[in-house]
Design a protein around this ligand. Structure first.
Ligand SMILES: Nc1ncnc2c1ncn2[C@@H]1O[C@H](COP(=O)(O)OP(=O)(O)OP(=O)(O)O)[C@@H](O)[C@H]1O
Ligand SMILES: [Mg+2]
Length: 265
């Protein structure tokens, strides 16, 4: 279903965010991606979504090679990729139901979509998605009236309304308190299981990863350091994933140098 082969991303400033990532995943798997800040988790998801171009390597989603695609093709593929953002990315002034319907935009072509008109099938899918996250009672609320946890549930509904082949979530609970984090992760995992969609979740809370994912991928320094069941994530493995990266030291010294230069100027 998803095949990532030797994925490398080097940014124009020479920063190698991903060194060589390889993984494969099947329909229905729920995978938590963990790792230190800067390990490359977001870059990996952005590559799968086609928002970030790979320097080398391949990403194959459902037999289509995403890494070699132009913008137009990517737009078509992206309608099958659900994305849940840390900051929800809802259209704040619009009602909840309209926000969820935007998940159907990729399927709603022509004049209808320009006028914001969605036929019955689209509406039924949107309503069904809201029901899955227990938010149907808020369908006519403006998005900016919702609490953080409710907003994230709506954004999960929007992603599910896309009927995605893959669902990507980049730190979906990082803006929520511990209790809500638990609830929203639980909703996300339950909905993903119900619809059987392959799901990748970047997350900093290791305990939530263990609790809700079938599989955990630990990334360190742009490489896969661990890939296995939550039960195999021992403290020594965690130490390897979260170990202080001595390679970062030169960055610190160049900042010091920069400050010294600034002071002497
Ligand atoms: N546009 C960019 N140009 C240069 N370097 C970048 C760019 N975007 C990200 N990076 C660097 O790439 C590395 C990986 O970043 P990424 O955002 O993927 O990490 P992350 O694991 O998601 O971190 P966090 O947990 O803080 O979200 C970091 O060193 C980051 O500074
Ligand atoms: Mg990130």
């Amino acid at each position: 279903m998803l095949e990532v082969k030797n994925l490398q991303v080097v940014f124009p400033n020479g920063n190698e965010a991903l060194k060589s990532i390889s993984l494969s995943a099947e329909r229905g798997e729920i995978i938590a991606v963990i790792g230190r800040s800067g390990a490359g988790k977001s870059t990996l998801l952005r590559c799968i979504n086609g928002l970030q171009a790979a320097t080398s390597g391949e990403i194959i989603l459902d037999n289509e090679n995403i890494s070699g695609m132009g913008q137009q093709q990517l737009r078509l593929v992206r309608r099958h990729i659900g994305f849940v953002w840390q900051e929800y990315n809802l259209i704040e002034r619009l009602p909840v139901i309209t926000n969820v319907l935007t998940g159907r935009l990729g399927y709603n072509r022509g004049l209808g979509s320009l006028l914001g008109y969605f036929d019955r099938t689209h509406r039924e899918i949107a309503i069904n998605s809201l029901e899955r996250v227990n938010m149907l009672h808020r369908a006519s609320f403006r998005a900016d009236r919702l609490s953080g946890g409710e907003k994230q549930r709506v954004s999960i509904a929007r992603a599910i309304a896309q009927e995605p082949k893959i669902l990507l979530a980049d730190e979906p609970v990082a803006s929520l308190d511990p209790e809500l984090s638990l609830q929203v992760m639980s909703d996300l995992a339950r909905v993903a299981r119900d619809v059987g969609v392959l799901t990748l979740i970047n997350i900093h809370q290791v305990e939530l990863a263990r609790q809700f994912a079938d599989r955990i991928i630990g990334i360190a320094r742009g490489q896969v350091e661990f890939d296995g069941e939550p039960g195999a994530l021992t403290t020594s493995v965690l130490d390897r994933i979260y170990r202080f990266d001595h390679q970062l030291t030169p960055v610190v010294s160049s900042v010091t140098q920069f400050e010294a230069e600034a002071n002497s100027a």
